[in-house]
Design a protein around this ligand. Structure first.
Ligand code: PMP
Ligand code: GLU
Length: 397
């Protein structure tokens, strides 16, 4: 007998994680797959962070942790937000969660009622719309394309706002496009949001430090809306700590309290050891962050150069994160003699089967006709993957 709730039946599984699993299964069968699907830094966690985790075990940080996280970690996050972003969040306004993923879901569940509208510029990370579904909210997608550099304009934002809009969810630098909003572009969006005092702004800043523009502006730094901006961030991307599962929300106090209540019933405080490691990440030497960002910038240059040599693949130059989001519509309707490719999803599967390169269908990010490549891998892997992709695409006539 099986009995799955309607809510869970309505959810899609995470396409990024599914494609990565598929690629790992093929690898286990001995197939030489290059995995450009899941987005995670390929670097090891820096040594001083690992040492802090080992010390935490020896020092018996092994008991239940406070639901919103150790005060020492929340103080470190509060200092980080002040020093790096110029924004004021007291430790009481910060809730540490099981990755930025749980932090996002907590905030959505704590604020969205059935029927509330959440505005999401697309393409957008796979999990946002599913989290809104979990809260029984209504996704209102605001589409962008390559020609817009995948950024929404204030006019489009304004046009999408209704009396039911409860939240605007922004992500810069963006997964899956790598687009980064400048301070002026954000200011223009803030000017619109400032006219609608009931809207909460959920700002996913997880790729803050993987940014090639040289400047980052937190949405919480605009005084017009600062009292209703929720910042999401964490250690996964900046410090190569995806497996440690530490993220946080920095929110107005009333919302931090609600998130705390939800988390107290759902997962409790996060791993004691991972929290001590995250504290070391925030309080320690930041050189590792700059070094990794520089490596990603070099790889961005490489992947863009190689992608532009592939006829029919159209891409812009991403300014942050570690993704390329090329348009592949010129290949749709074509065949390699064995199978005809009609959608970007079929193209991603074709690349996996024939080129042994794992990518993710743009449709999972709410934009058909594109695929996402994560270039958080070695230069050699990037070169070989792009060679294989080029060859496989050339066979489509
Ligand atoms: N936001 C975005 C845009 C992401 O790409 C991810 C994926 N890592 C997350 C949030 C979740 O990050 P974490 O690993 O900290 O849960
Ligand atoms: N955020 C990464 C990605 O988009 C990790 C996988 C996930 O959680 O979606 O690939």
């Amino acid at each position: 007998m099986t009995h799955i709730s309607e809510l869970i039946q309505s959810l899609s599984p995470s396409a990024t994680l599914a494609m990565s699993q598929k690629s790992n299964e093929l690898k286990a069968q001995g197939v030489d797959v290059i995995n450009l699907s899941v987005g995670e830094p390929d670097f090891n966690t820096p040594d001083h962070i690992k040492e802090a985790a080992k010390r935490a075990i020896d020092d018996n940080f092994t008991f239940y942790t406070p639901v919103p996280g150790y005060m020492s970690l929340r103080k470190a996050v509060s200092r980080k937000l002040k020093v790096e972003n110029g924004v004021d969040f007291a430790p009481e306004q910060i809730v540490v969660s099981n990755g930025a993923k749980q932090a996002l879901c907590n905030v959505i569940l704590a604020t969205i009622n059935p029927g509330d509208e959440v505005l999401i510029p697309t393409p957008a990370w796979v999990s946002y719309v599913e989290m809104v579904k979990l809260a029984r909210g209504t996704n209102v997608l605001v589409p962008t394309t390559l020609e817009d550099n995948f950024k929404i304009t204030p006019q489009r934002l304004e046009a999408a706002i209704t009396d039911h809009t409860r939240m605007v969810l922004l992500c810069s630098p963006s997964n899956p496009t790598g687009s980064v909003y400048s301070r002026d572009e954000l200011q223009a969006l803030v000017n619109v949001i400032a006219k609608h005092p009931d809207i909460i702004v959920l700002s996913d800043e997880i790729y803050e430090h993987i940014n090639f523009t040289g400047s980052f502006t937190s949405l919480a730094s605009f005084p017009e809306i600062a009292d209703r901006v929720v910042v999401i961030n964490g250690v996964s991307k900046a410090y190569a700590m995806t497996g440690w599962r530490i993220g946080y929300c920095a929110a107005p106090l009333w919302l931090a309290k609600a998130v705390n209540k939800l988390q107290s019933q759902y997962t409790s405080g996060c791993s004691s050891i991972a929290q001590k490691a995250a504290e070391a990440a925030y309080d320690g030497d930041q050189q590792c962050v700059a070094t990794m960002c520089e490596a990603f910038r070099r790889r961005r240059d490489l992947v863009v150069e190689l992608a532009r040599q592939i006829p029919g693949l159209e891409c812009n130059e991403p300014q942050g994160a570690f993704y390329l989001f090329p348009r592949v519509t010129s290949f749709l309707g074509k065949s390699d003699g064995e199978r005809t490719i009609n959608t970007s999803g079929e193209l991603a599967l074709y690349l996996l089967d024939k080129a042994h390169v794992a990518t993710v269908d743009g449709a999972a990010f709410c934009l058909d006709g594109y695929i996402r490549l994560s270039y958080a891998t070695s230069d050699d892997n990037i070169r070989e993957a792009m060679r294989r992709i080029g060859e496989a695409l050339a066979r489509l006539k």
